[in-house]
Design a binder for this molecule. Sequence first.
Ligand code: SAH
Length: 501
Amino acid sequence: MLITVTTTHQPATDLGYLLVKHPDRVHTFGMPTGTAYVVYPEADTERCTAALLLDIDPLALSGARTRRGGSGRGGNPTPDGFTLGQYVNDRSYAASSLLSSALSTVFRSALRGNSKDRPELAATAIPLELRVPALRCRGGAELTEKLFAPLGWTVTAVPIPLDPSRPDWGDSRYVDLTLTGTLRLADALNHLYVLLPVLDDAKHYWVAPDEIDKLLRAGAGWLAEHPERGLITRRYLAHRRALAGAALARLAEQRLADEPADPDSIVEAPDCGADEEAGLPATVDRQPLAALRRAAVLAALDSSGATRVLDLGCGGGALLTDLVKNRRYTEIVGTDVSSRSLTVAERRLRLDRLPPRQRERIKLWQSALTYQDDRLRGYDAAVLMEVVEHLDPPRLPALEAAVFGHARPETVVVTTPNVEYNVRYPGLAAGAFRHTDHRFEWTRAEFADWTGAVGAHYGYAVTISGVGADDPEVGSPTQLAVFTRTAPNPTPQPTDLGDAR
Ligand code: SAH
């Protein structure tokens, strides 16, 4: 197994400082599954290449498996039992999770971006070429492109024929991968560390819960925004659904980057939507817009006749406190991807002080709206108050599938800002959104398009209204849609499932 790292940054031999491996020597590391070597096939000031070679000992590999299996830590049985496959397989030759483990052992400080001798260079993007001549790849050469291109790499993946003398046999499962780009060395190594086992899609050690931490650490700064983060996370965590779900929720949480780090400070923080009142002209009855919005949502729920309701993306629980006061709601569920928001909601609702009968009406669940969650099925109504605009537009189809296709309540109430109204906020710069975490804000026409398309696709009738002062030119500050289910179950197929399972 071989991987090479080349730079033309000058002096190129500085690569030795970044990797903490002197170019003039052969470096040897004992690994649980064999021996790793670092050598430099070329090292001059113009161009320098470091090669990591992993020499797998099939006996050590099978021994490592047996030992792990016997330790009782994992639950997975040895994949191929006591067969010859343990000793005679492609593990010795193809890049895989074993190479990834070797990377993390051999280049530990470089992976963390540390360099005692060249700290500035470690923090600088430099021209790099990575090559993995025999990479086992489930999903073919196209998948390498999908995984590496969004990270800034130019990808060349050449499929390796099964037998060069028999072209009619077609290609093997291996590609010769070359990545070129200008990146920080630490980022480059972390990309490989995560994506090699993802491409291989067959992890060779037990997937323990601390794998989530490893993944999030190695994926810091790039995984949360990666368009294939769902596939990467599921494959990296060896398709263990519970682990992948937890990891994805934490990634989604990372994306809500503007949340305060100190849990106490968010108790004081305004709910999303409350800050937009900063420069707001007097609203109807001088009530703040957030209160008007909650009143409009409650009125819509009331006229739907719902008694069991979901507040999806409940945040700090402002609406939940209103719902709890009304006895008609026999079951109230607040969900959010952010555990910190749920903690705030719990405190605000004073759940610990409620009598048991009251306490039983309320549930708070951590759940990501872009993933189908069976717990959310069978409710009368769901509210998405000021939530959709927090999702990247390409993730909306996944939310639609999860809410309208899978949870499928009879009524869905959605509110979102009307971007046309923003010109009426004196404090808001032209073109700025009302909240730093908003990924978009819609005009009235855009909201009508979206609600119409979703309603038509999933079988819901839609009525749209405005909340707050109705300005003759730009409309109301908040748009509200009530979706009422017209089509019976079963669920229509979504157009684009995205990552939704
Ligand atoms: N509905 C509340 C909070 C709105 S702020 C209110 O109106 O006061 C938006 C909320 O959506 C945040 O709490 C955020 O954590 C949550 N959110 C954003 N993306 C989400 C996702 N993919 N899944 C679940 N919740 C999400």
